[in-house]
Design a protein around this ligand. Structure first.
Ligand code: M6R
Length: 609
């Protein structure tokens, strides 16, 4: 969603701002802008559409400055217009904002009564005027920002500059991520480390309520009470290569193909350890995990489907109950908490608002045993959790989640086996066989990727379709759900997934020759059941596209097309079967000519309700 970058230096910061905004493009946005302090003036340029258009306008107007802020906006309050785009300016104060101010209407009324005029419909413009109102009473910029944020309800990450104080930039955060990047004689602020990684890897993650006073030579951080605080300096391991396309056409394609490496990196700690061990989840994890009575998983989208898959593992291997709930539903219902349950949040970004709020709600109900499975170090959700397992997928740029999903599954399988071992229900031989399966997983994922040419041929038949059904059973049902989500979000083909046994209870009515039916049919205990379900489709003239394992007997016909993975990989089979459905969605979208990495209406990190 929205993205922030700011810089103060001895050199022209405009290229830093533009480059940073381009690196934030993947988050999803519909307008972009920058503001710079130029002499005793604040100049800004804003455009709807791509950063490149705004960049061209800035170049034409000769923007060049040593202090500036930039923003990519994903519209919430007010439409996609240039006047609603950030930065917003009030009497020489310019600011960019991520988040939502809930009491913006009351603030707007108050500020109108004070004589301020509004040019936009945004909640952000009130913050600019509010800060100016404190400056007008004699405050300096830091104090004006600190006083202004005390009046705000809601979530914000802010970067603020003023023509009156050209040597400083103020940052503030509550509920939205914001970090300060430390350079050599220059400093930066950003909502995401990828925006400034070309300039520095040394970062301070601001905490809830913090403000930071950033000059060229210094960074001072203050907590919510205005007390000076020391925050740790982290060295980011985000690599520039992970943010660049390289030889690929799309980030999604790159990320699909990175999965053998991503899975390999994610299991590295387990392999180095040679056993499933609580220490993989952080300090004191054994005490937290040993006596859990059940697991409550909370997540959204693809991460939710990873949770649904894990439920099958947790109940069958660790032998404790597991329930999985969409975070945006859980946070608003009267849930009955068992404090002995482990609450697991799953999030690629670590900043999905619904998941974060669900975690806060679970904690308010008395859940102290919390664990986050996350791909972004130091993001909000792991920081709010007692334990954490970081997947090592590397930066995921494509809006459609791929390598994050398979690595989340690896993490969840590791968690399952760790709990099972602590509970004494995982014997040594089974543990050894699971470790071996994990060791072989990167190779099995590569074998699945090698099916791509066959999947390309299928995708051409998919491209003209309006609808598709995905079927799976047992632990592969969530993979069918994930396949349908991938297809709909990037190709815009309407797709739904059902447990194959449920077909005859309604969705079978949809089946005719125009409806392709994708079936995940690995060689597991439910294969014969799936085969019967396939007959139900076949008898109604439906065309089937079956992903099977080499060792399962499937007769092909005009109506039944089969692609076979090299072999059945047992308990980790859902991870391998996720690959072909990702490839199918990718190539169907390619054939339809959609914007694969930035599908319409979607954002990578969903930081609003
Ligand atoms: O960052 P998160 O894992 O918390 O994101 C959750 C969903 O927004 C995300 O998985 C979304 O469904 C993806 N676009 C799916 O490809």
């Amino acid at each position: 969603m929205c993205g922030i970058v700011g810089a103060i230096a001895d050199r022209d910061v405009v290229p830093v701002l533009i480059d940073g905004l381009k690196r934030l493009e993947y988050r999803g946005y519909d307008s972009a802008g920058i503001a710079v302090v130029d002499g005793d003036d604040v100049r800004r340029v804003r455009r709807t559409g791509r950063v490149a258009e705004m960049e061209a306008a800035a170049a034409q107007e000769g923007f060049n400055a040593t202090l500036g802020i930039g923003h990519t906006r994903w519209a919430t309050h007010g439409g996609v217009t240039e006047t609603n785009a950030h930065p917003h300016v009030s009497h020489g104060v310019a600011l960019v904002h991520n988040g939502i101010i809930e009491n913006h209407e009351q603030q707007r009324e108050k500020l109108r009564a004070m004589g301020y005029e509004f040019e936009s419909q945004t909640d952000t413009e009130v913050i600019a005027h509010l800060i100016h109102s404190f400056l007008a009473q004699g405050a300096d910029l830091l104090s004006a920002v600190q006083q202004a944020v005390r009046e705000l309800h809601g979530a914000y990450a802010l970067a603020v500059v003023s023509r009156k104080e050209p040597g400083r930039m103020i940052a503030a955060r509550m509920g939205c991520p914001l970090l300060v990047g430390l350079g050599d004689g220059e400093n930066f602020v950003a909502s995401d480390v990828s925006a400034i990684v070309q300039a520095t890897r040394r970062v301070i993650f601001l905490e809830e309520g913090d403000t930071a006073d950033v000059t060229r030579a210094s960074v001072a951080v203050y907590d919510g009470n205005g007390e000076a605080v020391q925050r740790d300096v982290h060295i980011s391991d985000v690599s520039l290569a992970s943010l660049e396309l390289g030889p690929y056409r799309h980030f999604m394609q790159k990320e699909i193909h990175e999965q053998p490496r991503a899975v390999g990196d994610t299991i590295e700690a387990v392999m180095d350890n040679g056993a499933f061990s609580a220490s993989l989840f952080g300090e004191g994890a054994a005490d937290v995990l040993r006596d859990v009575e059940g697991v409550q998983i909370l997540a959204c989208g693809t991460s939710y489907y990873a949770g649904l898959t894990a439920r099958y593992w947790i109940e069958s291997i660790a032998k404790i109950p597991c329930s999985v709930e969409i975070a945006s539903e859980y946070r608003y219902r009267d849930a009955v908490a068992n404090p002995k349950n482990l609450v697991v949040t799953i999030s690629q970004s670590g900043e999905t608002l619904d998941t974060m709020e669900a975690l806060k709600y679970a904690k308010s109900l008395g859940h102290a045993k919390t664990l986050s499975i996350c791909n972004v170090p130091e993001s909000a959700i792991p920081r709010a959790s007692r334990l954490v397992y970081y997947t090592r997928a590397g930066a995921e740029i494509g809006v459609a989640s791929t390598k994050a999903f398979t690595t989340q599954l690896v993490a969840l399988f590791t968690l399952t086996c760790t709990i099972a071992k602590l509970r004494g229900v995982l014997d040594d031989a089974t543990e050894a066989s699971y470790l071996d399966a994990l060791r072989q997983l990167p190779g099995s994922v590569q074998h699945a990727l090698n099916l791509e040419p066959q999947i390309v041929a299928w995708s051409e038949r998919f491209a003209p379709k309006q609808h598709a059904l995905f079927l799976g059973r047992g632990v592969h049902y969530p993979i069918a759900l994930e396949g349908a989500l991938k297809l709909k979000e990037i190709s815009y083909i309407h797709a739904e997934a059902y447990p194959a046994g449920e077909l005859k209870h309604g969705p079978l009515a949809l089946v005719d020759e125009a409806m392709p039916v994708v079936v995940i049919a690995p060689n597991d205990a439910l294969l014969e059941k799936v085969k019967s379900n396939i007959q139900e489709v076949r008898a109604r003239g439906g065309e089937m596209f079956v992903f099977a394992d080499a060792d399962s007997q499937f007769g092909e016909s005009e109506q039944v097309h089969v692609i076979r993975t090299p072999r059945h990989v047992g308990v980790l089979s859902p991870i391998v079967h996720a690959i072909p459905v990702q490839l199918l969605a990718y190539h169907a979208a390619l054939a339809r000519g959609t914007d694969v990495d930035k599908p319409r209406n979607l954002a990578k990190s969903v930081t609003v309700e």
